[in-house]
Each structure stands twice: as structure tokens, then as C-alpha cells.
Design a protein around this ligand. Sequence first.
Ligand code: FAD
Ligand code: NAD
Length: 467
Amino acid sequence: MNQQSCTVLVVGAGPGGYTAAIRSGQLGLKTIVVENAKAGGTCLNIGCIPSKALIHAADLYSKVLESASEKTKFGIHSENPRIELAETIRWKDQIVHRLSSGIEGLLEKAGVQRVQGWARFIDGKTVVVETPDSGPPMEIRAEYIILATGSRPVELRDLPFGGKVISSTEALSLTSLPEKLVVVGGGYIGLELGSAYQKFGSKVTIVEATDQILPNFDAELVRPISRRLKQLGVTVLTGAMAIGMADDSKGVMIKTADNSISELPADQVVVTVGRAPVVDGWGLEELDLDRNGSAVSVDSGCRTSMSGVFAVGDLTGEPMLAHRAMAQGSLVAEIIAGKRRRWDKVAIPAVVYSDPEIVTVGLSPDQARQEGFEVIEGRFPYSASGRALTMSDTDGFIRVVARADNHLVLGIQGVGADISELSSAFTLALEMAARLEDIGETIHAHPTRSEALQEASLHALGMAIHI
Ligand code: FAD
Ligand code: NAD
């Protein structure tokens, strides 16, 4: 058996693992990263990046159709636009390939050794890697271990993957458009991919078990999304569960809140009911780590219950977001390199790339009250924004939540076109402990959609100018 040793062994090269490995390498630690699939993990290969590419293409296509239709107000005329999904998928694959190769280059530049294959622990310091070329397995011993095995789609017992029933992974690589697409689960992925496929031309139905799509976001933020889905022609069934395929596999059986059962015709069914940490097949049982549900428990330094073993990213549970995984990855590398670090982030932004987009950072008004704060709120609607009007997209608003006594900003949320790009401004405000006055007195460039942040802060102070 081929034997190797290193200071830091990272298992999984997704955003958590590759960031940990690059930072460890930069800090001069002898680092090996083992990856079974492609560098970049779920996010880059079958998650964030490919989904955003398809969402962009679908948006562009629907805008072309809209401006070519008689309803156009812009005076733009284009003849017979059409979508060739296979070409769109090829374009998306090129982006993914470029970014994945980029990560490999960055690992190399940081002096990190990459090992391709599946890692399995035989004890808390040693893994055996089965390499895909069926060469001899490799045994790697390490002083420190960083677990970054990520997550996989949850499968419904009554609607297992196979045949017409697919996960987000396959939904990101369809080469022909399903005429009727049923999306089971109206969360992040269901909304993002469901809207994209409707814009491409499928007839989409979203089936959501709770009484609201995006149940983790407050109703006020979700309202503009529901309006837009209706306008696009997406059917949304809330309080509804998919209970299996019809006997002839031509549709999905749905049970609604009043216990009635009906069949939804479907050419394809995408199940997007959450993701679960990957905890099997790599020897977790050899490590005997404390767990929180299925996730691996970590402390504020991402240490597990076993000395020298760290865990980052989706493996450690919610929120399963790439930027959280990356932040944990750097943190752990720096701790191993001897720096005094701990997880002390004020907020982790959450963005839904729906139409329009949602951003939430920090506490909502209700959450702030539940935590015992007396709060004041400010709001600014995009219907009053000059820039939003010039972009012909005025649905949505920005909301700022602050302590009533000292005006410390506790949370910023918003919904609107391209609002994802404001997530860093929102998060920076919270990390820098901004007061309403700090944002209100900062000059925001005109005309931009970001002025809504300044106006919402001024509104909370009773000083808004444009409403
Ligand atoms: P992963 O990215 O899952 O990487 C884990 C890696 O470990 C995998 O490559 C796997 O092959 C490898 N691995 C596992 N076990 C072993 C083993 N034993 N040996 C060798 N290799 C192993 N998040 C956002 O923040 N923004 C978004 O817009 C967004 N969009 C998404 C869209 C979709 C469709 C999906 C599915 C997810 C999306 N996410 C998004 C979530 C994001 O992809 C994850 O939070 C992120 O990838 C987690 O990173 P990670 O490093 O923990 O794990
Ligand atoms: P999710 O948790 O966002 O949504 C799952 C939805 O399915 C929920 O609304 C839930 O009520 C519903 N559901 C559960 N069981 C059901 C059933 N039997 N029938 C009908 N509905 C059911 O999960 P997801 O959309 O699969 O995404 C997984 C994770 O990936 C997210 O939680 C997020 O962490 C990450 N992600 C993030 C982004 C982003 O940051 N923009 C995008 C995609 C995915």
C-alpha cells in the first residue's frame, strides 16, 4: 500500500474543504485533500454555480420573449426567439469546468497535494483512499483531520429517485424541456429551478407541504415571489404532499390538507425537499463523533468531539450554505496554524435566487422581538426608486430592523430584482455594528437600487426623503 503523511488531511474538496486546504497550504502546513468527484464539490459542480447559470439564461430568455411580445414598452423587436436547452446546458458546463479547474490550480498554487478517490477512516488519524484507476489503495496519516464531506439530496420514501423522478443534480443537466414539470418542495431549490424551467417554457407546478412556499422566510418577503409566480403561470399547491407516482407513472399523486387525493400529470418530477449531511461510507463509526441529529456537532472552532478532528460545511448542519462552509474552512486552517480564532460572525446572509430575489441578514422584526428587543423598523419600496423604475422592475422593498434605544441595526431584509448584490452591504452593516444613522448618513450613489437601504434606515428614524 502506498503510504503518505501530512499535517492536515482534508476530506472533500467542496467550498468548505477546498477553502480549508488552500488556507492551510498558504499557512505553510503540509496539506493533502482527498476528493472523490470534482474539485468544487456540490456548489460548483451541481449546486450554486450551475443553478445560477440556468436561472440567468432563463431570465434572459423570458426578457427577450417579453420585449418581443406586443406588450413591450421598450420599442425592442426581435423575431421568433427560441431556446435550445442542450446548448444552454453546454454553456453552463463550460462555466463549471472552468471554475473547477480554477480550484485545482489554486490548490496547486498553495502547495496542496490532491488525491482522487474515496477516503475511509480506519482510525482518528488515518484514512485509506481507494483510487479510481484501481491502483493500490493509499494510506494517509495526518496530525489534523478536516471533515468536509458535504450533503446529498433527501430522497422521499414514496417517491424514490429513478425514472421520471430526479434530484436537483439531474435537473441541472436536462437536455430537453419537460412539457409538464412537477417540483416537490417549495424551498430554495424548488423555487429557483421551478421558476427557471417555467421561463424556459415548461408548465411547472410546485407542491409544498407547509402553508407557504419558502416557509423559512417571513410572509412579507415571500409575497412578491408568489405574485411573480402567478404572473409567470406557475401553479403553486401549498399544504400538499406528494405521496407517490401514479400506477401508470404518468403523474404524481398529491394529498392536500383536506385529505383529498388527486393526480398531477408530469413528464418529469424534481424532488427538492432538503439535503442531508453525508455521514455514511467513510468510517464515521471509527471516529465516534458527537452528533446533532444527522449532522456532526462542532464548537465555535469547528472542533468535533474527537481531538484533532474538525468538521466544516454542510456536514455540520444548517444553514447549508457555501459561504458558511468557506468561512468555516478558513477558520479551521488558521486554528490549526496556531492562530487564535473562533466563530464570532454576527450574521450569515441568506439569498434566494427566486424572481424577485430575497436577501435576509440578521434578525427579522419578529425574531428581534422574540429575543427581547424593543425594535423600530424602516421600509422603502422599490416602487419609489427611480432606478427601479428605469429598470422596469419595481416590485419589492428593503426593510431595516434596529434597537429602539440605541438604533443598532439588528437585521436587514429585502426582496427585489438583483438584490443578491446588496447582501454584502447588509452583512457589512451588521458586522461593523452600524447604527441607523451610519447608514442614513452614508452617501449612496444615485440612481441605484441601493438607495433603498439608506432610505429604509432614514424611514426608521422618521427622516425618509423620498416617501
Ligand atoms: P460539498 O460542496 O457537498 O462538497 C463535499 C465534497 O466531498 C463532494 O465533492 C464529495 O464528492 C466529497 N466527498 C464526500 N465524502 C468523501 C469521501 N469519503 N472521500 C472523498 N471525497 C468525499 N449555497 C449557497 O450558499 N448559495 C447558493 O446559491 C446555493 N445554491 C445551491 C443550489 C443547489 C441546486 C444545491 C444542491 C445547493 C446549493 N447551495 C447553495 C448549497 C451549497 O452547494 C452547499 O452549502 C455547499 O456546497 C457545501 O459545501 P461543503 O464543502 O460542505 O460540501
Ligand atoms: P429547503 O429546505 O430549502 O426546502 C425544502 C422544502 O420542501 C420545504 O419548504 C419543505 O417544507 C418542503 N417539503 C419537505 N417535504 C415535503 C414533501 N414530502 N412534500 C412537499 N414538500 C415538502 O431544501 P432544498 O430546496 O432542497 O435545498 C436544500 C438546501 O440547499 C437549502 O436548505 C439550502 O441550505 C441550500 N441551497 C441554498 C441556495 C441558496 O443559497 N440560494 C439554493 C439552493 C439550495
